[in-house]
Design a protein around this ligand. Structure first.
Ligand code: HT7
Ligand code: ZN
Length: 880
């Protein structure tokens, strides 16, 4: 596969004003007729170069140019293009092709999921449907007609509004949809199936009524209400927070079981992975409910940030994805606890995006090049991209940011634009120069920000010195200083924030402020500081950097108790735990007996006993940093020592804090028993604390806890309690009880694929010895198939990404297993194969023996035969 560079971007030679599509859907083939009204792009001059249409895996039946069928000598076809010579500046091209959705296991283009037809066109799937200019800067008005057998496919959907429909004598029927908004091909969608729908209505801020429909297979009709409620909340929130109103008369969501990602924002017809839309108490956990709410919002918000204003080219992907993640995070923060949402997002970013940024596939938020664009739907583009937008908001303030966003949408409505255009709107609305800030889009790697504090008691000044640096990443040896917004406060001995006045300022600008650090080394001196302060730095995680400040354990305990920034209270607890756990890792490596610093127990006890703290915060603060994060922050990760250290700490906590944990558990379990399930922030918090308490308590192996766990497993109306109880049983030594629970669970839920995914996931993540053998046995389970991405993620993904001790077993069998699966997936679904590879690409993190074993598996994949571009790109880059 060849590499595509941002620097080579050129506007399209031709434009497509109108696109008329007609699909004849059959069981053994689909016929696609496309009629494209095209013209020379005036921006590219007057000549008439050949027209080169994209097309892959298409059987070309005919080509018609301005109503005349072309002979085979009048066009050229190869495996990715159709080339012909336009006769004049305006012309109409028609093609007929035959495609095979029934055998499309890559789930890109038109494919069948179960009994339904559906599409996934982003990023470059449309070229697998018909010949087209498949690039986001070619925007066209689409009219789509679908015809299919009426009984099998009573519902026929596409983008926009339904304008006509009818039946034929042969048992087939048809429908025509018209989308009034110009759009790139990646936003095209069609669905045909035997679907039921839940209907509702939304009145927009200007008083228009919009019909809302969620289409699902009949057995799922009782799992749509949460998504529908989430959709209505999203629509209202986008009006209020961003002034964005919905623009069509109908908004549809369709749930499909086989889907490569979470969901897709096709104009007016979002297609969702069923895991991102279906949720009811009995079958979906609180986390799943929150994920549904967030993804429904995310896709809906794309209607403006992505659809009305789209990307010029795929290098600009973060323009829509980073901004939309930022928007959905704001929504989730408003719907639930803002601090807890921030904690979850930061923990995820630091564990996974930081690892990506330090690995062989590291790239900037706006990459410079790619081989296969599907590989760039990454945590860097999405989550770091969102952090970049968040830093802009921190620097410009809420009002300035909103003015910039309003200007962006107004200026670029209906256009395909770049990240530079987004920044320009922010600059123009605020009268600021963001030239240096834009480096965040071009520079890969996680910056390190070292801070030193110096207090001068005589002068009453406190000087903070910041040193920023960024390690080299592939293709970028040298890094320039970034603009890093550092939100901070200085705390006095009672934990109160001191007024902050910088040298040269007349008066203090409040007690919490943002410094824009923009040089490699830079000092800020605060005056009028009466006592040695303790800095609370990078509040709310105001920039995606690794902060280094030499906090003592006592200072961290103080911040845990007193910092007025909730995020930094949690952060202090995490840093304390990291220090303590790293000490245990060292003891384990030296063969010493493990001794836990009691200060961690004291700190956690006071968190547990603090009845005024939000229960969700208590649950977050009780959660030790995960193994994946401890691996990420290690120079050479010793997986076995990390696991042993963390388990030892958990046992120590469980035994020292048994009483308060038991009290908290019982109080919340009692509330769960008394009231029916509610998907609200307050109830999520309650259950989160109840379940983390249970996971500690089970380590005691006391009979009363086992009984409580079994009771929670059986006597509950919701999956949050049931699955948590199952997980602690699975991770416990109670063999008979765990086997019984697993069998009962699978018997009862065997027909619900999403619940079975959770069943696979719990077992795949179990760190007890024999993990690989258990996963291999589960691959034979009738509910498992490599063809379904959710199953692959639930079993193989959970094993390789969460079950560190088993995946990294010293004989390399975990690596061999993953490589075998990637080789099989490569032939079935290249996108999923490439994503599952990620854990092997991180070989540089481990000891020499594991490095060699991991690299050998990557080499084996490379030599395994015909590799897809997706897998080839990841393997070849990670072996450099
Ligand atoms: N914009 C959507 C991207 C997406 C996708 C990309 C590649 C392959 C399959 C895909 N399914 C959906 C999802 C989103 O961010 O909203
Ligand atoms: Zn998105």
């Amino acid at each position: 596969p060849k590499t595509i560079y941002l620097k080579d971007y050129q506007a399209p030679e031709y434009l497509i004003d109108e696109t008329h599509l007609s699909f004849e859907l059959h069981e053994d083939r689909t016929l696609v007729h496309a009629r494209l009204a095209m013209r020379r792009n005036p921006a590219r001059g007057a000549g008439l170069p050949p027209l080169v249409l994209d097309g892959q895996q298409l059987e070309l039946l005919s080509v018609v140019l301005d109503d005349r069928e072309l002979g085979a000598h009048e066009y050229q076809v190869d495996d990715s293009h159709l080339t012909l010579q336009p006769p004049q500046a305006e012309f109409v091209v028609e093609t007929r092709v035959c495609i095979h959705p029934e055998s499309n296991t890559a789930l890109e283009g038109l494919y069948k999921s179960g009994r339904m037809f559906c599409t996934q066109c982003e990023a470059e799937g449309f070229r697998k449907i018909t010949y087209y200019l498949d690039r986001p800067d070619v925007m066209s008005r689409f009219t789509t007609t679908l015809s299919a057998e009426q009984q099998r496919y009573p519902v026929l959907l596409s983008n926009g509004n339904p304008v006509a429909s009818g039946s034929a004598d042969n048992g087939r029927h048809w429908a025509t949809w018209e989308d009034p908004f110009r759009k790139p091909a990646y936003l095209f969608a069609l669905v045909a199936g035997d679907l039921w729908c839940v209907e509702d209505e939304f009145t927009t801020m200007s008083g228009r009524n919009v019909a809302l429909r969620i289409y699902v297979e009949p057995e799922n009709i009782d799992k749509c209400q949460h998504a529908m409620d989430s959709l209505k909340r999203s629509m209202r929130w986008d009006e209020e927070a961003y002034g964005r109103e919905y623009d069509l008369d109908i908004f549809m969501i369709v749930a499909v079981n086989d889907f490569n990602m979470g969901a897709m924002e096709n104009k007016g017809l979002n297609i969702f992975n069923s895991s991102a839309v279906l949720a009811k108490a009995e079958t979906a956990t609180d986390a799943a409910h929150q994920r549904v709410e967030a993804i429904v919002a995310h896709e809906y918000f794309h209607n403006w940030s992505g659809n009305r204003v789209t990307c010029r080219d795929w290098f600009q992907l973060s323009l829509k994805e980073g901004f939309t993640v930022f928007r959905d995070a704001g929504f989730s923060a408003d719907m639930n606890s803002a601090t807890v949402k921030r904690i979850e997002d930061v923990a995820y970013l630091r564990t996974h995006q930081f690892a990506e940024d330090a690995g062989p596939m590291a790239h900037s938020v706006r990459p410079d090049s790619y081989m296969e664009i599907s590989n760039f739907y990454t945590l860097t583009v999405y989550e770091k991209g969102s952090e970049v937008v968040g830093m802009l908001r921190t620097l410009l303030g809420a009002e300035g940011f909103r003015q910039g966003s309003d200007l962006y949408f107004q200026r670029h409505d209906g256009q395909a634009v770049t990240c530079d255009d987004f920044i320009k709107a922010m600059e123009d609305a605020n009268g600021v120069d963001l030239t240096q800030f834009k480096r965040w889009y071009g520079q890969a790697g996680t910056p390190r920000l070292e801070v030193a504090e110096q207090y001068d008691a005589k002068a009453g000044t406190c000087t903070l010195t910041f040193r920023q640096s960024c390690p080299p990443t592939p293709g970028q040896a040298h890094k320039e200083p970034l603009v890093i917004p550092v939100a901070l406060a200085l705390l006095d001995g009672q934990g109160r924030e001191l007024p902050l006045r910088l040298a040269g300022e007349g008066e203090a600008a409040g007690t919490s402020r943002v410094l824009a650090v923009n040089a490699a080394e830079q000092s800020f001196t605060f005056e009028g500081i009466p006592e040695q302060p303790l800095p609370s730095l990078l509040r709310g995680f105001s920039a995606p950097v690794k902060l280094v400040y030499p906090y003592s354990r006592d200072q961290l305990m103080f911040l845990m108790q007193h910092d007025s920034d909730g995020f930094n209270r949690w952060e202090a607890g995490q840093q304390l735990a990291v220090q303590v756990l790293q000490e245990l890792v060292g003891q384990h490596q030296r063969g010493e007996s493990l001794v836990l610093d009691r200060r961690l127990l004291v700190a956690l006890k006071s968190v547990l006993e603090n009845q005024s703290l939000d229960q969700a915060m208590v649950a977050e603060m009780l959660s030790l940093p995960g193994e994946a994060y401890l691996i990420e922050i290690s120079a050479v990760a010793d997986v076995v020592a990390i696991h042993a250290a963390r388990e030892f700490a958990r046992r120590e906590i469980a035994s020292a804090l048994y009483e308060p944990l038991w009290q908290r558990y019982q109080a919340n379990r009692e509330l769960s028993r008394q009231s029916p399930y509610v998907a609200s922030a307050e109830h999520f918090a309650r259950r989160a604390l109840q379940n983390i308490a249970l996971s500690y308590l089970m380590l005691s192996e006391r009979p009363e806890v086992l009984a409580a766990c079994q009771d929670q497993y059986q006597a509950t109306d919701n999956m949050t309690e049931r699955l948590a109880a199952l997980a602690v049983l699975v991770n416990s030594p109670f063999e008979a009880e765990k086997t019984e629970a697993l069998v009962l669970f699978a018997d009862y839920f065997q027909d619900d694929p999403l619940v079975m995914d959770q069943w696979f996931g719990v077992q795949a993540g179990c760190p007890l010895p024999g993990g690989l053998e258990r996963v291999q046995a589960l691959m034979e389970h009738p509910a498992f198939t490599l063809k379904n991405p959710n199953k692959v993620r639930a079993l193989i993904g959970a094993f390789a990404n969460q079950n560190h001790v088993n995946f990294h077993r010293a004989d390399g069998q975990g690596y061999r297993f993953l490589a075998d699966q990637v080789i099989m997936l490569n032939a079935l679904n290249p996108q999923i194969a490439a994503r599952q590879l990620a854990p092997l690409t991180r070989w540089r993190k481990y000891d020499a023996s594991r490095q060699a074993l991991m690299k050998a598996e990557l080499e084996r994949i490379l030599a395994s035969g015909e590799l897809s571009g997706d897998v080839y790109e990841v393997v070849s880059k990670s072996l450099v």
